[in-house]
Design a protein around this ligand. Structure first.
Ligand code: AMP
Ligand code: ZN
Length: 474
């Protein structure tokens, strides 16, 4: 049984999608006013782990991630540069899509843009005005939180001190200033605005997620994710808008990841302590090591980003790579998997699934996997692993990598054979035919040092070149 921590109820609960076998998932996406920093990618990698795990468990997913391309920050940025909003945000959208490919984050099914959903937002705002949950003040429209008694349930905010009718105009604010929030903002000089049924203006930030989630996932859906900073006010406001409008429960399970911090402080553009993915890659970091680092700390724990932590992630991932390399390219005596290996595989798979089923407890899943690596390595060292066992072990690794996505793809480039290596390859073939696996293995390792991988296929021997960095090929 899969169990997740539901922020709404403050406890780990069994997870069952509304319709059997299919999960509807909404994750708050980037505000495209700058290059995303790796704190943002902690949130997106956590969501990717969640989604890949649901898929691994045989569930289908419909995943929607919004792109905030109009809000206080994007407008400010465009005005500072003196360019049109669309031109300004396009650059950062492109960067975001490039980054998620680099980090092997599975694409969402829909990436709705706020600027393309103004009529949907206006329809909800109109409904809220008609039902008395919203009111006009000067040219803007606000949500009256006093009219929605459940306000504060998600963030556990206390409303005792609330002064009715106080308003907040900005999209982001602290819990201390809980106020009626803007659904629609009046046109201001130098800001883009739309002519709509509720008057001219532009949407507040929160309304877009209410409008776009219900459009693509329905009024009630399974999981809504974000970072903990989204709980208040963003998600609290989404609930108020959506439930006041539809009269139905909005989201069944709320999942939030904790922050990525640097020296104890949240990584944020406003704090000037941010790294982008590009920064790190240009300094020589492997994005797959970064992915491994981001996913290997439990999502509800704070993640302190340091170069040591990245180095440790690299070393752990290298153990998996080396192990897989050995399994896929090593010389093993023929024979099917024996019961010892089959048992280890069963145990590892069970441990991996049980870990993630328990509120995405990745530490337990990785422990099960590394225990498997250790046990099978012992079999290899004592020459007790046959070809069948090696294949089955590699298949397990490839399988769980459907969730982790940190191992290199199987295909390697075939290139022309460099002179001088043919005789070594021949010698290794001869050793294999004579069942001198030790010699064959030594020759194979020497070839690897020269960047050559041998593969025995049913059509005979094939060889491939690894990346210039030698055997890491990751
Ligand atoms: P934004 O582009 O600021 O709207 O943020 C996009 C996503 O990144 C949201 O889900 C945020 O909660 C999340 N996020 C922002 N900063 C961090 C951080 N330092 N650690 C983890 N998640 C973050
Ligand atoms: Zn949102």
């Amino acid at each position: 049984m899969i169990r997740f921590f539901n922020t709404m109820n403050g406890r780990v609960e069994p997870f069952e999608p509304l319709s059997a076998g299919a999960v509807k998932l909404y994750t708050c996406g980037p505000t495209v006013y700058d290059y995303p920093h790796i704190g943002n990618y902690r949130a997106y990698v956590f969501e990717d782990l969640l989604k890949r795990f649901l898929l691994f468990m045989g569930l289908r997913t419909t995943h929607v991630m919004n792109i905030t391309d109009v809000d206080d920050k994007t407008i400010r940025g465009a005005n500072l540069q003196g360019v049109a909003l669309g031109e300004y945000t396009r650059k950062y959208q492109d960067a975001f899509f490039e980054d998620i490919r680099t980090l092997r984050i599975l694409p969402a099914d829909v990436y709705p843009r706020a600027t393309e959903h103004i009529p949907e937002m206006v329809a909800i705002i109109r409904g809220l005005l008609e039902k008395g949950y919203a009111y006009r003040k000067e040219g803007s429209i606000y949500f009256s939180i006093a009219k929605f008694p459940a306000y504060g349930r998600l963030s556990k905010i206390r409303l005792d001190e609330l002064k009715p009718g106080q308003r907040v105009e900005t999209d982001e604010y602290e819990k201390e200033s809980v106020h009626d929030f803007a659904l629609w903002k009046e046109p201001k000089g130098g800001e883009p605005f739309w002519e709509t049924e509720v008057g001219p203006g532009r949407p507040g930030w929160h309304i877009e997620c209410s409008a776009m989630s219900s459009k693509y996932l329905g009024e009630t859906f399974d999981i809504h994710c974000g970072g903990v900073d989204n709980i208040f006010p963003h998600h609290e406001n989404e609930i108020a808008q959506s439930e006041a409008f539809t009269g139905k429960p909005f989201v069944r399970t709320w999942m939030h990841c904790h922050h990525l911090v640097v020296d104890g402080e949240k990584m944020a553009k406003s704090k000037g302590n941010q790294f982008t993915l590009r920064d790190l890659v240009s300094q020589g970091a492997d994005p797959m090591d970064l992915r491994f680092l981001l996913l290997s700390t439990h999502y509800r724990k704070m993640l302190n980003f340091t170069s040591d932590a990245l180095a440790q992630a690299k070393a752990s991932r290298r153990r998996l790579l080396d192990f897989l390399f050995e399994l896929e390219h090593g010389d093993f005596a023929p024979g099917g998997p024996d019961p010892v290996v089959s048992d280890l595989i069963r145990k590892a798979r069970k441990g991996f699934v049980e870990g993630l089923s328990d509120d995405l407890n990745i530490s337990n899943s990785l422990s099960a996997l590394f225990e498997f690596v250790r046990d099978v390595n012992t079999l290899i060292a004592t020459e007790k692993l046959g070809a069948g066992g090696a294949d089955a072990s590699a298949a397990l690794l490839r399988d769980v990598d459907g969730v982790l996505a940190v191992l290199p793809p199987k295909e390697l480039q075939e290139v022309a054979l460099p002179p001088g290596l043919a005789s070594k390859i021949e010698a290794r073939q001869k050793a294999r035919q004579e069942k001198d696996f030790k010699l064959a293995d030594r020759l194979r390792r020497e070839l690897i040092e020269e960047g050559i991988i041998l593969e025995d296929t049913k059509d005979g021997l094939r060889w491939k070149r690894t990346k210039p960095s030698g055997r890491t090929n990751g």
